[in-house]
Write a protein that binds this ligand. Structure first.
Ligand code: AMP
Length: 337
């Protein structure tokens, strides 16, 4: 990893694009006394002006991908910015473009984008971590309740559920992933791995509010409607304390595997997406190696950060603190790429 265009003798600013968890990221930076830059689409400017005190500077663009324009990049570099990526950043700017064209220092490891977005690589990563995953089937051996995922689908869009290979006939298309449908409660722990301290912290936990899978439970089982999994929001979860050892172990293993597979591995926030079964086992179906929107529930901190920090520590603020600590100890190159 490299410091690229960062001047560590000057104050560092936190920059992000106006979507997903940007308000949390900006507030976190402010709470840590850092300056902020918001890259905002013109059509959203009015909304973000309502939180104008969080952005020291706003750069207006037509499209988020304009962040790659040399003029915008030069401006960000002259502001001594570190870009904090989030889900929308990757979605709108594109992993490949970020890797090849972004010269502004970015918090995190750009190598992880491939591992995060490719299902085959994710499987390799999770296998290396030794966590339990849902079984996978081909269209010819699908057995029992299965969830079928479209290639590259975002936010559960277009997923459907079938019982075995017979129900899949006529629905299967090349590239779909067929997974065992794990019955249980969805649990999404949010972590923060600090390269500076070597510790994986538990920041918070959420579950997603999914339409219409969550709505179906209110039909009393009499509905013929297919469940879909489009996320429309997030709900807080606090875990049984006896589950914490397993949650920490899972986080540590995923970090360790990432360090082995794509050195230096995960930097900062990540989320392990799981189903917790009735034998209280976590089955992992995805990892997000960046801040997730579920952390927006905890802009003022979570039960877990209250225990660790005794102050309002959001994931956004934790990122800013890590950057601040790295700059003051001359180790920023461990955090940016
Ligand atoms: P994803 O796009 O992988 O985050 O999945 C979207 C949603 O589909 C999740 O939030 C879960 O509700 C559901 N889901 C995904 N994979 C499984 C699985 N193997 N078993 C049960 N539910 C799943």
């Amino acid at each position: 990893m490299t410091t690229l265009a960062l001047d560590t003798g000057k104050a560092v600013r936190i920059a992000t694009i106006a979507s997903h968890s940007s308000l949390q990221i900006l507030k976190g930076a402010k709470d840590e006394g850092l300056g902020t830059v918001l890259i905002c689409k013109k059509e959203r400017a009015k909304t973000y002006e309502r939180y104008g005190h969080l952005a020291d500077k706003t750069i207006l663009v037509d499209e988020f991908s304009d962040i790659l324009d040399q003029k915008v990049q030069d401006e960000l570099i002259s502001e001594n910015s570190v870009i904090v990526p989030h889900g929308s950043f990757v979605e709108y700017v594109g992993a490949k473009q970020i890797e090849s064209r972004l010269n502004v220092p970015m918090f995190g490891n750009k190598r992880m984008f491939d591992w995060e977005s490719d299902r085959t690589l994710q499987k390799k990563w999770l296998s290396e971590a030794g966590v339990r995953m849902p079984r996978e089937f081909t269209k010819d051996d699908a057995d029992g309740l299965c969830i079928v995922k479209l290639p590259g689908a975002k936010g559960g869009k277009g997923y459907f559920v079938v019982k075995g290979k017979d129900e899949l006939k006529g629905l299967y298309m090349e590239g779909m992933t067929i997974q065992e449908y794990v019955v249980g409660a969805t649990v999404y722990p949010h972590y923060f791995y600090s390269p500076l301290t070597g510790e994986t912290e538990l920041m918070s936990v959420d579950k997603r509010y999914e339409t219409n899978a969550d709505g179906l439970s209110r039909t009393g089982g009499g509905s013929q409607v297919e469940p879909t999994y489009v996320v429309c929001g997030n709900m807080p979860i606090v875990l049984r304390e006896s589950l914490l050892p397993r949650v920490f172990e899972m986080g540590d293993r995923v970090v360790e595997a990432s360090r082995k597979l794509f050195s230096p591995g995960i930097v900062g926030p990540f989320c392990i997406e799981t189903v917790c079964t009735d034998s209280l086992e976590f089955v992992v179906f995805e990892v997000s190696a960046r801040i997730v929107a579920g952390t927006n529930l905890y802009i003022d901190g979570s039960p877990y950060t209250a225990l660790k920090y005794g102050e309002s520590m959001s994931t956004g603020r934790r990122i800013a603190r890590e950057i601040k600590n790295a700059v003051s100890s001359g180790r920023i190159e461990m955090l940016v790429s």
